[in-house]
Design a protein around this ligand. Structure first.
Ligand code: PLP
Length: 367
């Protein structure tokens, strides 16, 4: 069986260094908000090209706390609208509703699966304050056009960069386009911890300061609480793991791009639609997502051929029970995508032979 993602193999690449870093933390006697976190925050801010990186407990918190911080800073208030792609992973939307802001779901661009600047602009009302751009599947959204829309309408821009570590356009990386960006370091993400972790990148000093307080009970200084904050910290062990793995991210992205190129050049089947990638730097291939009218039959065929696949995602947010109030709405493009998308095996340790076997299995499918 060709597995969808082999996390054990990925972490085996730096096994000795990870163990060494773990040992360093154990022996330091300091386990929360110490030197490991400060070093990783510094390294990741430099990697993204922003002035600040604020480590938090996970990617959902990174998004939720950023919106919360903007409320504390008086830039947002309850009931303000946030434009977000209708086909995103539900976490982007949970961050909005958790803050009692209103998500305005917008159908994506058909070719990139990302927020369409024209449709986003058409959805703006007098209550709109934020564009939440998601770099879905690892492809940077059309940020130059979205920033133009935001500037014209005086909107904040938040990037959901949970799937796009290292994606770039014109030399500018994911996490460095919006007023702020949320990253996840969930183990299966392109930069993954060995547990939960997340971070916000921003070049806004006030926002960074507010976030540092919010993640730590609302406290800038011990026992002085400015806000009703939360406990959402990135611990020393995970920061140390991420510090090791960040050094290998670009190499691993290159390996993902090689697998993607084998798929793009090799798969030729009129019943399988390949992803579009106009600019190689813009995509870091967190997922390689194909489309088919007979998706379930394709998945079954691949399973029988020994190829493990997954669906990202089977149910769109507006059809989830959690958002029952939206269940009657129609987003035809989003709904079609959820019925048609299928993610092929992808990862930095996947061999070219395995990728070729996936190509053959796809090409053998009668459709
Ligand atoms: C993974 C993910 C998140 C949430 O990250 P967690 O660390 O799992 O909380 C948010 N948005 C997108 C697009 C994601 O893929």
């Amino acid at each position: 069986m060709i597995s969808f993602l082999n996390l054990k193999a990925i972490n085996a690449v730096n096994r000795d260094e990870l163990i060494e870093a773990c040992t360093r933390v154990i022996d330091s006697g300091w386990y929360i908000t110490g030197n490991e976190l400060a070093c990783f925050e510094n390294d990741f801010a430099r990697y993204c090209g922003t002035s600040h990186c604020i480590g938090v407990a996970n990617g959902l918190d990174a998004l939720t706390l950023t919106l919360r911080a903007w409320k504390e800073l008086g830039r947002l208030k309850e009931g303000d609208e946030v434009i977000v792609p209708a086909n995103t992973y539900i976490a982007s939307i949970l961050a909005i509703t958790e803050n009692r802001l209103i998500p305005v779901l917008v159908e994506p661009d058909e070719a990139s699966y990302n927020l369409c600047p024209l449709k986003a602009e058409a959805a703006i009302t007098p209550k709109t304050r934020v564009i939440l751009a998601v770099h879905l599947y690892g492809q940077l959204a059309d940020m130059p056009a979205l920033l133009e829309v935001a500037e014209r309408h005086n909107l904040l821009v938040l990037e959901d960069a949970a799937q796009a570590h290292g994606a770039s356009l014109d030399g500018r990386k994911a996490g460095n386009w919006g007023d702020a960006a949320g990253f996840s370091f969930y183990p299966g993400k392109n930069l993954g911890a060995l547990g939960d972790a997340g971070a916000i990148t921003t070049s806004d000093d006030d926002l960074a300061q507010t976030l540092r307080a919010l993640r730590n009970y609302g406290s800038h200084e011990k026992y002085q609480n400015l806000y009703q904050g939360v406990n959402s910290r990135l611990d020393e062990i995970q920061a140390a793991m991420l510090g090791v793995k960040l050094k290998y991210l670009d190499k691993q992205t290159a390996q993902r791009r090689q697998i993607a190129n084998l798929y793009l050049e090799g798969i030729s089947n009129s019943a399988i639609q390949l992803p579009c990638c106009p600019n190689p730097e813009q995509h870091v291939w967190h997922l390689f997502v194909v489309r088919s009218q007979q998706r379930d039959a394709l998945q079954q065929h691949l399973t029988e051929a020994g190829v493990q696949t997954l669906i990202h995602y089977p149910i769109p947010p507006h059809l989830q029970q959690a958002y029952a109030q939206w269940n009657g709405r129609n987003y035809p493009l989003t709904e079609a995508m959820h019925q048609q998308v299928l993610s092929l095996p992808m990862g930095p340790t996947m061999s070219a032979d395995d990728a070729q076997a996936v190509v053959r299995a796809c090409n053998q499918w009668a459709g």
